[in-house]
Design a protein around this ligand. Structure first.
Ligand code: PLP
Length: 361
């Protein structure tokens, strides 16, 4: 190809996002604990809504997503006019970068933060700024110290992936309060539903003009395969994002399934409590076998090994048993494995296999 044909600056610096492993050569019936998926799948009501959408295949979907936005607003007590729905929360993250950052602007996120923050910054030619964490916990002072007159966006996930740790609402509020005037704080609440009684920062969004929240149907709602997320923020910011949103970004099937899912809060409560029960059991079982983890507030555990070599050997051992977990070297945690909290049988299999692995060493 001619040298004259070049992509925009930043794009060739993007390392391709790698999803969690779904297959191992030669092994049937794998247990996939590599992508933080809900082991119980999606609620039946969402599946029924998806099936019914087949009758609408010839129809263009709604462009304003009013029905889904109203359902989200009702369930969470929000202003429906300030809800925006996207192809996963990834799309909302992408709009924020596209609308608010460009060449010479800085996008701040933490050392073990979600990979999409860096990818979205590079995609628009902005400069990613990575901030150290304190023992795998978001450090508000370090973030504030990294901010400059060029900072346009600051992303934190709370709870964070892949650490599972979270910071308190007053810490998040302090971050929002002290940010430079031109910067937006984006609170990624992908795992918020796993924390009993947590508002995910919604009250902060309501109180301020510089905070946006992103949420997803991919985790507790079990709809990762369908790609639906949403954002909530100040009206002027949501209006900006709507200008760059494709009018038909979500299909009828996505809209209808998500609406049915968000109205099923009994399902959310059941999955949250079952996750908490098995997460505590699994963390404890691994610790007993010499594999510690930080207290997790999400649907996974970040298992820490003595060395990179031991983590890799354990991953290989687990794969041999058809147990797929996530290596997190790309999150600067090469001595760790991220293990999704599965159903009880999967958790027992993982604990048993890790014990066996430790016994062989
Ligand atoms: C899984 C996850 C998401 C969800 O992304 P979707 O595009 O909604 O599937 C967002 N942020 C974090 C930190 C995640 O781990």
């Amino acid at each position: 190809m001619s040298d004259a044909i070049r992509p925009q600056p930043g794009i060739l610096d993007i390392a391709l996002y790698e999803g969690g492993k779904a297959h191992v050569a030669g092994v049937q019936n794998v247990v996939k604990l590599s992508s933080n998926e809900n082991p119980f799948g999606a609620p039946d009501r969402a599946k029924d809504a998806y099936l019914r959408a087949v009758h609408q295949l010839h129809r263009y979907p709604s462009t304003d997503h009013a029905s889904l936005r109203n359902a989200i607003a009702e369930v969470h007590g929000l202003d429906a006019d300030r809800v925006i729905c996207g192809v996963g929360s990834d799309e909302v993250i992408q709009w924020l970068a596209q609308a608010y950052a460009g060449p010479r602007d800085e996008v701040v996120f933490t050392e073990h933060g979600f990979l999409m923050y860096r990818i979205s910054a590079l995609a628009v030619g902005a400069t990613p700024v990575e901030v150290p964490e304190r023992e795998r916990v978001t450090d508000v002072d370090a973030i504030l110290a990294a901010c400059s007159p060029r900072t346009r966006l600051v992303f934190i996930a709370n709870p964070n992936n892949p650490t599972g740790t979270m910071i308190s609402p007053p810490e998040v509020a302090r971050l929002a309060e002290k940010l430079p005037k031109q910067a937006i704080l984006v609170l990624d609440g992908a795992y918020a539903e796993y924390v009993e009684g947590f508002d995910a920062g919604l009250s902060l969004v309501e109180a301020r003009s510089n905070v946006v929240m992103t949420r997803t149907f991919s985790k507790i709602y079990g709809l990762g395969g369908l790609r639906i997320g949403w954002g909530y923020g100040p009206k002027p910011i949501i209006d900006v994002l709507n200008r760059i949103r494709q009018p038909f970004n979500l299909s009828n099937a996505q809209l209808d399934a998500a609406e049915a899912a968000v109205r099923d809060q009994d399902w959310v409560a059941k999955c949250r409590s079952e996750n908490a029960r098995m997460r505590a059991w699994l963390a404890n079982a691994l610790a007993e076998h010499g594999v510690p983890s930080d207290v997790s507030s999400a649907n996974f555990i970040l298992a820490r090994f003595a060395s990179v070599e031991e983590a890799e050997a354990c991953d290989t051992f687990l794969q041999g048993q058809g147990l797929l977990v996530r290596r997190v070297a790309s999150y600067k945690l090469p001595h760790c494995l991220r293990i999704t909290v599965g159903d009880e049988a999967s958790c027992r299999r993982i604990a048993h296999a890790v014990a066996q692995f430790k016994g062989t060493r």
